[in-house]
Design a binder for this molecule. Structure first.
Ligand code: SF4
Ligand code: SF4
Length: 382
């Protein structure tokens, strides 16, 4: 396998740089606001000149501590996130003045009640459907409350113009990140999925979006050079192109396992991947309404029905010339696990592609078994 241009150190360097930049902003009185979900409009936080930071836990190290309060039979993402808060081992959570949390799945909602004992939590009451006018109005009211809360906490008024400015900036971030993904739409993929994940990550504190956009553009320049490397193209052409869907790929074990065993994750549909990136916020209407419209449309299985996700998967399969689909289910995530039936049906019957579902947690205990299943799946394309 060719050496990765963007390894784990690349992302660590980005995070360290973002940390330094955020420290200056914090010293100047800027607050940090933690978020856990793709439904939270970070543009509003940034419009109050506060710093958004995503807090979803990706490591198993804090899970044993979390299990002192939470059931063992719970999604590892929730346990890991709570464990970091409980043990005060996440510098991002540590710095956050408060948390904006969305009422999504049952596990997260109930965890947030306990999290509120550690740090102030404001819960955004998310409707269960995105398809009605009433749901939109309800969600818009929630965003008005968040805006008022941010103004009160930061002491800074949020104007329509300051929201518009952040909408433009975040749209540019999303457009640029989507362009990174699009390097994999051609005859051969030019980036490994692991690389895309690192290049397009907001990298911790989101305090300097223009800098992250510039970094992504530099990364794309390196990708263009690869396009001229015939050895690299030949090697990539032999690899099955996999779409990774399902639960957020916070922990990278499945992404790594696919690519370490001969596949290339040509696209990711999960939160953090194309699901959130391909949706822009409209710039030609009332900014709060535009945020409400865009964020309510996130194709998460917490919504019912959630047909937009299937449409997106179908488009990605076509546009990225996907050979097979792997769906990641974190253990005890009923939300994704039940929807997986429809995803499998759609992928195999409508799109005519092989589908593999893997249910796992953050530990490495099942890695040999997962390797065997992924090997067998990738064999289908030889
Ligand atoms: S999958 Fe749904 S609940 Fe989980 S982070 Fe994404 S939008 Fe939020
Ligand atoms: S992976 Fe599933 S159970 Fe875990 S937080 Fe997301 S929706 Fe909830």
């Amino acid at each position: 396998m060719a050496e990765l241009l963007f390894d784990a150190d690349y992302l660590e360097r980005m995070e360290e740089e973002a940390f330094l930049q955020a420290s200056d902003r914090m010293d100047a009185g800027c607050q940090v606001v933690g978020v856990y979900c793709a439904f939270t409009p970070k543009e509003l936080i940034a419009a109050a000149r506060a710093i958004p930071v995503s807090l979803c836990g990706s490591s198993e190290n804090t899970i044993a501590d979390a299990e002192a309060h939470l059931p063992r039979n719970l999604c590892p993402l929730i346990k890991s996130s709570y464990g970091f808060a409980l043990t005060d081992t996440c510098p991002y959570f540590h710095e956050a003045q408060f948390v904006l949390a969305d009422a999504t799945c049952d596990g997260k909602k109930k965890m947030f009640e306990l999290l509120g004992r550690i740090k102030p939590v404001h819960l955004l009451h998310l409707p269960q459907t995105a398809d009605t006018r009433e749901a939109f109005q309800y969600w818009l009211q929630e965003l008005h409350k968040v805006k008022a809360l941010l103004e009160e906490q930061t002491g800074r008024p949020i104007t329509a113009e300051s929201i518009r400015e952040q909408i433009r900036l975040y749209n540019e971030f999303r457009r640029t990140a989507e362009k990174v993904f699009e390097f994999n739409r051609g005859e051969v993929p030019l980036f490994y999925g692991r690389e895309i994940n690192r290049i397009t990550s907001p990298a911790g504190f989101e305090c300097n979006i223009p800098w992250r956009i510039a970094e992504m553009r530099q990364a794309m320049d390196r990708g263009r050079k690869r396009a001229e490397n015939s050895d690299f193209r030949r090697m990539m052409a032999r690899k099955p192109r996999i779409l990774l869907t399902g639960c957020p790929a916070t922990n990278k074990k499945i992404l790594n396992a696919i690519e370490e065993n001969g596949g290339v994750v040509a696209a990711m549909e999960n939160c953090g991947g194309l699901k959130a990136l391909q949706m822009m916020v409209r710039e030609d209407m009332d900014p709060l309404e535009a945020l409400a419209e865009r964020y309510l449309a996130v194709a998460c299985p917490c919504m019912t029905p959630n047909t937009k996700r299937l449409d997106l998967i179908g488009r990605i399969i076509e546009n990225y010339h996907i050979d097979g689909v792997v769906e990641l289910i974190w253990q005890a995530c009923h939300t994704y696990n039940i929807e997986a039936y429809q995803v499998r049906e759609y992928v195999t019957n409508q799109c005519g592609r092989p589908y593999l579902q893997i249910e796992t947690d953050y530990s490495e205990a099942d890695s040999p078994r997962i390797k065997l299943r992924i090997d067998a799946f990738l064999e289908l394309f030889n």
